[in-house]
Design a protein around this ligand. Structure first.
Ligand code: ZN
Length: 102
């Protein structure tokens, strides 16, 4: 898969997971992110863009190089834990792609 495409896909997945988390946990409107989650998403995007392992690794939460700051890592881990299993329900196609690429 093209590396740019891979980065884009990962961003899409992260955005979806954060949006779902925010909607359920912070009671924001669907498709909107609260300030905190917006920041987390912007941070995740930056990591994805600058990750040197994008070619070989599958997903930031699985990456051996912990390029996330501890605070952000905690947050994204929460998001993954919450949204990961729910993705199958809300966006099975994206979830499947995510699992296959692991
Ligand atoms: Zn939020």
């Amino acid at each position: 898969m093209d590396i740019t495409e891979k980065r884009e896909k990962e961003k899409q997945t992260v955005q979806f997971m954060i949006a779902l988390y925010c909607y359920k946990k912070h009671h924001t409107k669907k498709g909107e992110l609260c300030e905190e989650c917006e920041k987390l998403y912007a941070y995740a995007c930056k990591r994805i863009e600058h990750c040197p392992h994008m070619e070989t690794k599958t997903f930031c939460s699985k990456c051996k190089t912990h390029c996330y700051a501890p605070e952000m890592k905690e947050k994204i881990r929460d998001v993954m834990k919450f949204s990961g299993p729910r993705m199958l329900l809300y966006n099975p196609v994206l979830a499947m792609k995510h699992m296959i690429s692991q």
